[in-house]
Design a protein around this ligand. Structure first.
Ligand code: SF4
Ligand code: SF4
Length: 436
């Protein structure tokens, strides 16, 4: 097991050992009404294939993928469609959603699992199954089947990297999956090896998770190469593929040309569930935390459950939150209300106190350069913000706007509390080239 030195430029040191809920995820209450967005992925909204009054089964397709970047959407509960409405998601995007009133018997929950003989499946059938089950990458919402097919179109994969590091050091979900669902992760990994035929496989862990990392070094399934484990000193945002790739290249383990596929352990377990057990994407493990939450917990939640219901299940708030965000304190999406539903890309919801959000009035830039030092992409956030402030959006791509991962490190480092990353996110929608 080798220790990597980390990425070369920028980032934020995150001190302290993890203070994580360590118990297994507990099942959240089923939602009486599940509000299921038809856009839980990167691409176009899925086409609604049900109407008000229809009875649906658990796992039935209610939205059909509309082309590349889109994914099928399944009913997370059995019930009756109340209506098809508009729903607001974290970050402010609105989309069509199917409201399902829970009733009737579950077809999967609590029933014995029937395993399919996946080892006799050819690779294209594994990819087809992954597509039909609607799996998407939580990090960016890209359908997993689309991400896999890139290697069909553009050449073979050389390396699979299992990303056991997380952006949020308190998030225990990947570590819990690796320790509690080891067999499912290994079989999911084998399935991907069948599809991608990589020459080698790495897993990268937070150096604080040394014991867990050691237990995975050399892990091997019946198919695919053994997994070589590396550890990284904790530095935000090491979980992003760009930074992980830079750390591996710095250690001369890869080059810029190495064709690498990055995947989180939770998604490997989902691949196993989808291919071996035929389970569509119906639920998520969600960390419910933040200084305003009474009892931080990890919950197994049906998609379509409101985030308000999750906070209630964690004892409610001990103090009114200053800000509620989804998927990260630094780079998460703001939640305007508590009716926002859990989707396939929800990994955590945080109710943050004023102290945690470090809210102070915005002041003028003092040209200290802290944002430049913090940027892991080597950008000049100060210069980008100047262009944003003068509404010269079309000049921002040439200053690297499209390389910005919206990680939020610059804004966190800024002593003047200028909302740098937030501004860059808005600029992306305004500049002609900015598409992400
Ligand atoms: S949000 Fe963009 S500009 Fe700011 S640190 Fe991250 S990559 Fe750099
Ligand atoms: S960190 Fe803030 S105050 Fe300092 S240069 Fe960057 S934008 Fe200006």
């Amino acid at each position: 097991m080798k220790r990597l030195r980390n990425f070369r430029t920028g980032g934020l040191a995150i001190a302290g050992a993890p203070d994580r809920p360590s118990e297994e995820a507990r099942n959240a209450y089923l939602p009486a009404i599940a509000t299921v967005p038809l856009r839980q992925h990167l691409g176009p909204t899925a086409r609604c294939v049900v109407r008000a009054g229809d009875r649906v089964e658990e796992g039935q397709v209610i939205g059909r993928a509309e082309g590349r970047g889109s994914a099928d959407v399944h009913s997370p509960v059995p019930g009756v469609v109340r209506r098809v409405s508009q729903v607001r998601l974290a970050g402010g995007l609105e989309c069509e959603a199917v409201e399902i009133a829970l009733s009737g018997a579950f077809t999967r929950l609590g029933k014995p699992k029937r395993l399919s003989p996946w080892r006799s499946m050819p690779r294209h059938e594994i990819v087809r199954t992954i597509r039909e089950r609607g799996l998407v990458r939580a990090s960016d919402g890209k359908p997993l089947a689309d991400a896999l097919s890139v290697f069909e179109d553009e050449g073979p994969c050389e390396l699979i990297v299992v990303t056991a590091v997380t952006g949020e050091p308190k998030n225990p979900i990947e570590a819990l999956t690796l320790s509690r669902r080891r067999e499912a992760v290994i079989e999911g990994f084998e399935m991907l090896c069948r599809v991608l035929s990589p020459l080698s496989a790495f897993a990268v862990f937070d150096v604080e998770d040394l014991e867990l990392a050691g237990s995975w070094d050399g892990a091997k399934g019946a198919e695919g190469p053994p997994i070589q484990v590396f550890t990284l000193p904790r530095r935000y945002p090491q979980h992003l593929p760009g930074q992980l790739g830079a750390a591996l290249a710095e250690a001369k383990l890869t080059t810029e040309a190495t064709r690498t596929f990055f995947i989180e352990p939770t998604l490997l377990a989902e691949v196993y569930d989808a291919v071996a057990e035929g389970k569509p994407s119906l639920e998520r493990c969600v960390l419910v935390a933040g200084g305003a939450v009474k009892i931080p917990s990890v919950l197994k939640v049906r998609i379509g459950t409101s985030i308000g219901a999750l906070f209630e299940e964690c004892g409610g708030f001990k103090t009114p939150p200053q800000r509620v965000v989804m998927n990260g304190a630094l780079d998460g999406l703001a939640c305007a209300d508590l009716d926002i539903p859990v989707t396939k890309t929800t990994g955590m919801v945080l109710a943050l106190t004023a102290e945690e959000t470090r809210t102070r009035p915005e002041r003028a830039c003092i040209r200290c350069g802290a944002c430049v030092d913090a940027c892991p992409e080597g950008l000049d956030p100060m210069r980008l913000y100047k262009l944003y402030g003068s509404r010269r959006f079309s000049l921002m791509p040439s200053e690297g706007l499209d390389d910005c991962t919206l990680c939020g490190a610059c804004a966190y480092a800024c002593p003047s509390r200028i909302p740098l990353a937030q501004s860059f996110s808005i600029a992306r929608t305004r500049s002609p080239e900015g598409s992400r």
